[in-house]
Structure formats: C-alpha cells, structure tokens
Design a protein around this ligand. Structure first.
Ligand SMILES: Nc1ncnc2c1ncn2[C@@H]1O[C@H](COP(=O)(O)OP(=O)(O)OP(=O)(O)O)[C@@H](O)[C@H]1O
Ligand SMILES: [Mg+2]
Length: 440
C-alpha cells in the first residue's frame, strides 16, 4: 500500500534551518510533501495544486467537485443543513446523485468547509485527502470527494446519521447509550485503529477522541479526521519525532512530554475513550471539582478494584451491564493508560479482548432499560429518535464551539481562532501548566 503521507518532520529536520523547526513552516523548495512540490503547499491557492492532487490520487475513486456544485447540494450552505463545527470550519449536510455526476450513488453527504488559516490548515486538509483517498476500511469514514478551487478547500464525506460518539454519549438530551452499543463502538473504533497500525506502511492516527468517532444509523463506528495522522516509525526507529499535536485529555503523557509518537500513543487515547464509554464522563470536564476534572486521574485508581468500579460506572446505564464485562473492560482501559508506552497492549490485543467482552451477556440484569440497536435500515423508532436528537442539536449550534471541553494543540494560527494551543514541546507547554504540571 502506498504511504498516505511522508514523514514531514523527519524530512525537515535534515534540510532546514533551526528557526523553522515547527510542523507548520520552514519547508524548503527541495522538500516534498505527499509527492507534491512544496511550492504548492506553501501556496495553497496555486492552480497547479489541484492538478497535482488528481495525479497523486489517480486510481482512487475520489470525485473532484466544484464549489458551485457543493453550494447547490447544501442549499448554499444553509443553516438548516448545518451539522456542526469543529476546529477547521462548519460541516453541512447535502445530497448527491447521478444528476450531479453520472455514476454517483444517490446518498446524503457531509460537506466540510475548511476555514483555511495559513499553511497548517492547508497541510492538514492535504493529509486528510491523501490519507482517506488511499485508506479504505469499514471503520474509517468514507471520503467521497473534495473541492480545491483557488483558496477554497472542501471535503465531502459519507453522511453519518448519528453524528459523533461525543454527542451520543454526553449530550443530555440524547438517550443513554446501552452497554452493548458502547462495546460495539469500542470494538469497531479499535478495528479502525488496528487497520491503520497494521497497514503495510503503518499510520499513527494521533487524534483519537469521542468527537472523531462517527456513528452510522446502526451505530457502526468510523474514525474521521485524519488531518493529524502520521506515518509510523520506519526501519529500526522506535518512534517518530513530531511537534506535539492532539487534544488535551486524550494525548499520551510521553508524547506531550517528548514529542515522541508511537502507535502506543493511539492506544493511550483509546484507553481514554474506553473510560469515557464506561463512565459517561468527558476526558476533561472543567465543570467538575478539581479532583474530578481529569477523568484518567480520577478513575485510574478504581479501575482495578471490582468493588470501586461500580462507583465510576455511568449512572445512566442504570446497572444494565455485564459486571464481568465491565471488569474486563476496566482492566483493559487501565492497561491502555499505563505510563510506559511499551507496557500498554498493542491494538490487536485490544481488539481481541473487546471481541471477547462483547459476548458477555449472561450477567446483564433484566430490567426496564431495553434498547435494541437496529442492524439494517433505521426503523421508524430510530428515525423518531433521530428527529429528537436533531431538534435537540439545533438550539446548540451556537453552543457547540464554546461548549468544547477540550483544548486542541495545533498551529498558532488555529490557537488564535479556535482556542487551540500549539506546543513546541511538552516541557514548557501551556497544557502542562494548565494540567498542574505533574498531572501525567
Ligand atoms: N461525515 C459526517 N456525517 C455527519 N456528521 C458529521 C460528519 N463529519 C462531521 N460531522 C459533524 O460535524 C461536526 C464537526 O465535526 P468536525 O470533525 O469538523 O469537528 P470536531 O470533531 O467536533 O472537532 P475537531 O476539529 O477537534 O476534530 C460534528 O458535530 C460532527 O458530528
Ligand atoms: Mg472531528
């Protein structure tokens, strides 16, 4: 398989001056990125870029859309089609069919409009296109196409009717996710990571978190947002050295401290999400008492103690879960969250443990909490639930950005705009200060 991107930092460290050692800048014309001339990267409005892109992506089934087409399918990005907004701009629902392009399957899509702010946003857009253009798996969100016109950058994905795990797990007005669904999501998200880690040229995802796990109508979990993904270490190398990027509360401690990235950094983030699924709590919750703000710090001592485990399980589950399964899942989370990366399980081990736990059903108490995940097309009941969720989501449109509990560390450009923090290295990082310095 072709690598979805080259190791930008490693390339840079050998070729450029020290003052340019950040991930977002300092590349020289001699370097290349994703097989494209760096001239094009540093000039996102270059018209040759879109030609270069289609050459690089030849053989992939990505469609190249025009801005005008995307405006039509989203009704001019109308607010009624607004799905949400993350760090890179708004996402709108649209609908495509073969009237737009012969051969296009009629289906709803999500159109992400990148609010480009300099080189970094463009770089992450490129990584996303190259990565999802080449990597295909049932547990990775499907990229249908893109638009690269002048300075405009858009991405068109398959539409995921149930939004993100974050919204399903934490929104007060959503129905509580049943235990079996939580395990299904954990298992499938782990399968997505396994596919990346075990690719011929392994990929480190680097941004594993609840908001990046999208859910299909039957709760199939798919990873989205590959803008931070990196090629794994090559040859005898044990890690990739990068500028620290990710989201507070999910990033592995050694990665924050040293910038050393390995597949086990993703495993740590997986452990955080597993903990969120068990407890129904966010990885960072500033509204809680200081002792409970960091989920990992609060929950870790109770994960290996069967009696204490009950105290941290999500009360919204109303005890409708397998105790044996919860114990095993808690032990798995504990292992994923170990300080020393080498002592964490690898992702195939995580997948096999979760596969096992999914079958623990005998000791689930029979109570009033019944909910069946549809396995085929959404039933009427599910559609009603969807409507309920959408209605619930609508007044939150303006809330979504301010509601963010996590701080993301990326480029300075994004910091200014989206409350994100770029960290050159973990030792002097704002994140460490905010987390109390010794939190990890
Ligand atoms: N393919 C999709 N189908 C349905 N909804 C989507 C899709 N992609 C994104 N969304 C929704 O759009 C919103 C914004 O997503 P986006 O990935 O841009 O930001 P985020 O994950 O919340 O934050 P971050 O920028 O840190 O990744 C989310 O509410 C998400 O559920
Ligand atoms: Mg996202």
């Amino acid at each position: 398989m072709v690598s979805c991107f080259q190791d930008q930092e490693n390339m840079k460290s050998s070729k450029k001056s020290k003052k340019n050692d950040g991930e977002g800048g300092g590349l020289t014309k001699h370097n290349s990125f994703l097989g494209l001339s760096i001239l094009d990267i540093s000039n996102p409005s270059s018209t040759t870029l879109s030609e270069d892109l289609s050459i690089s992506l030849a053989g992939s089934d990505l469609h190249v859309f025009t801005q005008a087409e995307l405006r039509v399918i989203t009704q001019s990005f109308s607010s009624s089609n607004f799905l949400g907004e993350g760090g890179f701009g708004p996402v709108h629902k649209g609908f495509i069919d073969d009237k737009l392009r012969p051969g296009l399957k009629a289906q709803p899509v999500a159109v992400k409009l990148l609010d480009l702010d300099g080189l970094q946003g463009h770089r992450e857009w490129m990584t996303e296109v190259m990565c999802l253009g080449k990597l295909k798996h049932p547990n990775l969100v499907k990229l249908i196409g893109y638009c690269c016109e002048e300075e405009h950058r858009l991405l068109v994905y398959e539409f995921m009717p149930r939004g993100s795990l974050e919204s399903q797990l934490f929104r007060r007005c959503s129905l509580p996710l049943p235990w079996s669904t939580r395990l299904k999501i954990a298992y499938e998200a782990a399968k997505g990571l396994q596919f990346l880690h075990e690719a011929e040229k392994p990929v480190i995802y680097r941004d594993f978190k609840a908001s990046n796990i999208l859910l299909d109508s039957d709760y199939t979990a798919k990873l989205s947002d590959f803008g931070l993904a990196k090629d794994g270490p090559q040859g005898d190398a044990t890690h990739v050295s990068t500028r620290v990027m990710g989201t507070q509360g999910y990033a592995a401690p050694e990665y924050i401290m040293t910038g050393h990235l390995t597949a086990r950094s993703d495993v740590y983030s997986f452990g955080v999400v597993l903990l969120e699924l068990l407890t129904g709590r966010r990885s960072v919750d500033k509204k809680r008492s200081s002792r409970e703000q960091s989920l990992v710090d609060w929950a870790r001592p109770m994960l290996n103690d069967a009696r204490k485990l009950r105290r941290i399980m999500d009360p919204r589950l109303e005890d409708q879960y397998s105790e044996a399964g919860a114990r095993k899942a808690a032990t798995l989370a504990y292992q994923c969250l170990r300080y020393r990366p080498k002592t964490r399980p690898d992702i195939s081990m995580v997948v096999s443990v979760l596969q096992d736990i999914k079958d623990y059903k005998e000791d689930i108490p029979i109570g009033t909490f019944t909910y069946t995940v549809p396995t085929t097309k959404p039933s009427r009941e599910v559609k009603e639930t969807n409507t309920h969720l959408q209605n619930c989501d609508k007044p939150r449109i303006s809330v979504q950005k301010s509601d963010q509990q996590h701080q993301k560390f990326r480029s300075p450009a994004h910091t200014a705009r989206n409350h994100r923090i770029a960290l050159r290295n973990g030792l002097n990082s704002p994140m460490r200060n905010e987390a109390g310095g010794e939190r990890y």
